[in-house]
Write a protein that binds this ligand. Structure first.
Ligand code: 13P
Length: 249
């Protein structure tokens, strides 16, 4: 049985005050025992968040990392640094990184490998654009992004990932995929994972992301192949995010 994971992605938002607001709310809120919770915060807040959530059942993660271990790469942040600060997760291949910062499949693979080399759990993001969906290419795009990473990894490495299906047309648009649309893609991803190994398909978490909020989380999370959420905008509101966590329990 897969334990649901609700992960917030603050993107380039938030503040130390928001870290504190989450920490204070977590003192008085009892999260469901069978739900894992994580917050992917901007680099500068990682250390503070890891300290603030030390006694809370909330893990901390980053939103990207360098594909290089160290060296003259001004402005970059390595996997070792993230681990040093207490990060457990790191998003890799978010559609904003792919489209705005030129991360291609090879760059995504290199970042997954850098994360694994430093003991981090990569949350590999997959998703089609509206154009891709309307052209009937949803599965081809998503399964192609999956293969670009999974074909290059060994069985033990594959087992250490979390996947997130985030249709690009649903991100930040308020236009959520219907539970049926999301479930269909999640099932296709899981079927492809079974080609690598049936046990991998059974074990790997596949999160849904794209305009998930308290009002629609319950019906999305009730789908058999949706194992949690990757939440953008609603993770900036303590009450909204904790309500989504509750609905996963
Ligand atoms: P929204 O929840 O704001 O649509 O963002 C989703 C997302 O991109 C999470 O990584």
């Amino acid at each position: 049985m897969r334990t649901p994971l609700i992960a917030g992605n603050w993107k380039m938002n938030g503040s130390l005050a928001l870290v504190d607001a989450f920490a204070q709310a977590l003192v008085t809120t009892r999260l469901p025992a069978r739900v894992e919770v994580a917050l992917m915060v901007p680099f500068p807040y990682l250390g503070a968040a890891a300290r603030a959530f030390r006694d809370a059942p909330v893990a901390v993660g980053a939103q990207t990392l360098s594909d290089q271990p160290a060296g003259a790469f001004t402005g970059e942040v390595s996997g070792a640094m993230l681990a040093d600060l207490g990060a457990r997760y790191v998003l890799v291949g978010h559609s904003e990184r792919r489209s705005l910062f030129g991360e291609d499949d090879a760059g995504v693979l290199a970042r997954v490998q850098a994360a694994l080399a430093n003991g981090l759990t990569p949350v590999l993001c997959l998703g089609e654009t509206l154009e891709g969906r309307e052209a009937g290419r949803t599965e081809a795009v998503v399964l192609g992004q999956l293969a670009a990473v999974f074909d290059a990894l060994g069985p033990d490495e594959r087992a250490r990932l979390v996947l997130a299906y985030e249709p690009v047309w649903a991100i930040g648009t308020g236009r959520t995929a219907t539970p049926e649309q999301a479930q269909a893609v999640h099932a296709a991803i899981r079927a492809r994972l079974a080609d690598y190994a049936p046990a991998l398909a059974e074990a790997l978490k596949i999160l849904y992301g794209g305009s998930m909020k308290a009002a629609n989380a319950g019906e999305l999370l009730a789908q058999p192949d949706i194992d949690g959420g990757l939440v953008g905008g609603a993770s900036l509101q303590v009450d909204d995010f904790l309500a989504i966590c509750q609905s996963a329990g």
